[in-house]
Design a protein around this ligand. Sequence first.
Ligand code: NAD
Length: 287
Amino acid sequence: MTQIKKVTVLGTGVLGSQIAFQTAYSGFDVTAYDISAEVLDQARKRFAVLATTYQDEVDGATAGKTAETIGRIALSADLGEAVADADLVIEAVPEVLKIKQDTYQKLGKLAPARTIFATNSSTLLPSDIKDFTGRPDRFLALHFANRVWKFNTAEVMGTPDTDPAVFETVTGFASQIGMVPIPIHKEKAGYVLNSLLVPFLNAAADLAAGGYAEPEDVDKVWRIATGAPMGPFQIYDIIGLNTPYNILSHGDAHAQEIAAWMKENYIDKGRLGVASGAGFYTYPQAD
Ligand code: NAD
C-alpha cells in the first residue's frame, strides 16, 4: 500500500489553505495547487494569516515552527507538475459538481498510478465523482471541518468501489496530521456532522420563529440541560446566517417560512452573525 509522504492539495481557498497548512505543520511535504499565479499570491497571504493564528491558538506553535511549515509548502499553478510525485491528492476546489468532475478527469491522467485521491466535498457524494477519477478504487472522501487545527474531525467515507486498504491508509494519514478520523461505513450526504447539525439548527429556528421561546432561552435550555458549551443560536452566529438561510429557503413551505423569519428579523437588519458584529447576539466589534 502507498505510504503517504508527499501530499498535494488542490484549491487554496478557505479549507484548502487550512488543509495544506495543517499537513505541512505535521511534517509532510505539501504542494498547494490553484488555478493562477494571482490566486497563489492570495494563498501566500492566507498561509501568513494561518501562521499567526496557529501561534495564537495552537500550543507550541512558535514563529520558528510556523515558518518551517510555510517552507514545506510549494505552490504551483501547473496541475501536472503539482501532482507528478504525489502519494495523496486532497481536493478542495469549489463545491460545484462539474468543476469537481472536470478536475478529476484531468487529475486521473496526470497523477501517477499509485496516487490516492480524496475529496473534501461537504455535500456531494463521492459516487457522483468516482467515475471521473479513472481509479475509483483509490478514491474516497476525507471531510474536514472549518478551522482544522481546532475542530479536528476528519470524516472518512468511501464508495462501494473504494479499496479497504486505501480507506485504512487515509484514516491513518488523518491521525498523522492531528485529526480525529471518523469512519463512515456507507455514503451519506452531510456525513455525521451535518446530518446532526442541520436538523438541530432547523429545530431551534422553528422554536424561535414559531414564537415558542426566545433564541437566548432556547440556547439557555440546551446549555443548562445538556452541559453543552453553546446553544444552537450561538452556533448560527458563528456559521453566519447566510448559509443556513440559503439551505432553508430551498426547503419545503415550512422551511421557507423559517427562512423568511430569519431574513426579516436578522439578515435584512445586517445581523449576519459574529463576523458582522451581530446576529442573534451582539458582539464587541474587533478593531
Ligand atoms: P473556496 O471558494 O474558499 O476555495 C476554492 C478554491 O479552489 C479557490 O482558491 C479557487 O481558486 C480554487 N479553484 C477554483 N477552480 C478550481 C479548479 N478548477 N481547480 C483547482 N482549484 C480551483 O472554497 P472552500 O470553502 O475552501 O471549499 C472547498 C471545498 O471544501 C468544497 O468542496 C467545500 O464543500 C469543502 N468544505 C468547505 C468547508 C467550509 O467551511 N468552507 C468545510 C468543509 C468542507
